[in-house]
Design a protein around this ligand. Structure first.
Ligand code: 5GP
Ligand code: ZN
Length: 111
């Protein structure tokens, strides 16, 4: 827990969020400014700043993050596929420095 981190505050229910999934280690909630019909942020409850800050100690939690994404999306009715994005560091477009997986579905741009 990092006091000034908004995602840690959401984990600790100090900030409101539209939560769609919760497990012992993970939390998923709707992005406040959705870039697709469905835009979910799936995060580890543990504060890890970014993929650049993750170490081998965190391998189990990173695997869990990837592997739970299908359950999270199925839970909101998305069963035909979705896009996963992780922005890493300022150069990668990261704005919130608590590692998160973007899960996007519906009206996606192709590239
Ligand atoms: P990043 O650019 O760091 O990969 O993505 C951060 C995401 O967090 C953005 O898509 C932004 O809309 C979202 N976001 C920022 N602040 C909040 C918040 O307080 N609540 C929620 N639900 N999403 C947020
Ligand atoms: Zn945090």
């Amino acid at each position: 827990m990092k006091d000034e981190c908004i995602f840690c505050q959401i984990v600790n229910k100090k900030l409101p969020a539209d939560i769609v999934f919760e497990s012992d280690n993970l939390l998923a909630f709707r992005d406040i400014a959705p870039k697709a019909q469905h835009h979910i942020l799936l995060i580890p409850k543990l504060h890890i700043e970014s993929l650049q800050h993750a170490s081998i100690k965190e391998q189990a939690i990173l695997a869990e993050l990837m592997l739970c994404s299908k359950e999270v999306m199925a839970g909101i009715g998305v069963t035909n596929g979705y896009r996963t994005v992780i922005n890493t560091g300022k150069g990668g477009g990261q704005e919130v420095f608590h590692l998160h997986l973007h899960l996007l579905a519906g009206n996606l741009p192709t590239y």
